[in-house]
Design a binder for this molecule. Structure first.
Ligand SMILES: *[C@@H]1O[C@H](CO)[C@@H](O)[C@H](O)[C@H]1NC(C)=O
Length: 217
């Protein structure tokens, strides 16, 4: 399982966010350039349609592909109250000809994306990963060199942490409290809940940029 929240930030404030994250995490950022293929199978023979993502970080010295399936999220009265989404995920390494295999299994390419940005991985009550990326679409099939932004001037921020059915309460608490530090710059919420940019972002970014992140917001 994983705990996840998402938000958006204007590209002009990304540098300030990076300074803040650097100060909070005490680790260096890692660059990422993730090629993502979203595959869907048509419902047939009584099977429900399913969605898979083939993901490859092109920034790695030896890029490898991973197949990722996002399953259902936890349900029940408590789940609605949580500010963080807790969902099932399954991931597995696959060889680079996996796309042919999934085509043979009846999956079709729904869309492909290139996410370009950076990530921070650190321990803060949970193993938290923060990714900040611009989402690009390809003008030609698989042409990652000719990608154009889907939402120019806006980047996606995602905070995730691995969890299990035993420890998710603890992981949700760790992710929520981390998100509070980012609140002046961006609002993070469950995926699919659109929130927009926060009004305090420009002032918070200016203050971070002027003192290199030594101010606690
Ligand atoms: C929660 O469980 C997951 C899966 O076993 C593990 O990866 C993660 O480190 C655990 N987190 C905490 C805070 O115990």
């Amino acid at each position: 399982m994983e705990c996840v929240v998402q938000g958006i930030i204007e590209t002009k404030h990304v540098e300030a966010l990076e300074i803040l994250l650097q100060g909070l995490c005490g680790v260096h950022r890692e660059s990422l350039r993730i090629h993502e293929l979203c595959l869907k199978s048509a419902p047939n023979l009584g099977l429900v349609s399913s969605e898979l993502r083939l993901i490859c970080d092109l920034e790695q010295p030896e890029p490898t592909w991973t197949v990722r399936h996002i399953g259902g999220s936890i349900r029940g009265a408590g789940a609605e109250q949580l500010s963080v989404l807790v969902r099932n995920v399954a991931e597995s390494k696959v060889s680079k000809n996996a796309l042919r295999l999934f085509y043979a299994l009846g999956y079709k390419l729904d869309h492909e994306l290139l996410r370009v940005g950076f990530a921070f991985h650190f321990q803060r009550g949970a193993q938290i990963t923060v990714t900040v990326s611009s989402v690009n679409k390809m003008l030609k099939l698989h042409a990652t060199d000719e990608a154009v932004p889907v939402t120019p001037g806006i980047q996606l921020v995602e905070v995730t942490a691995p969890a299990s059915s035993e420890n998710y309460t603890e992981v949700v608490a760790a992710v929520s409290s981390f998100c509070e530090y980012l609140a002046p710059l961006l609002h993070l919420s469950k995926p699919g809940v659109s929130t927009g940019v926060v009004p305090t972002a420009a002032a918070a970014a200016a203050s971070l940029m002027s003192d290199g992140g030594s101010t606690t917001l």
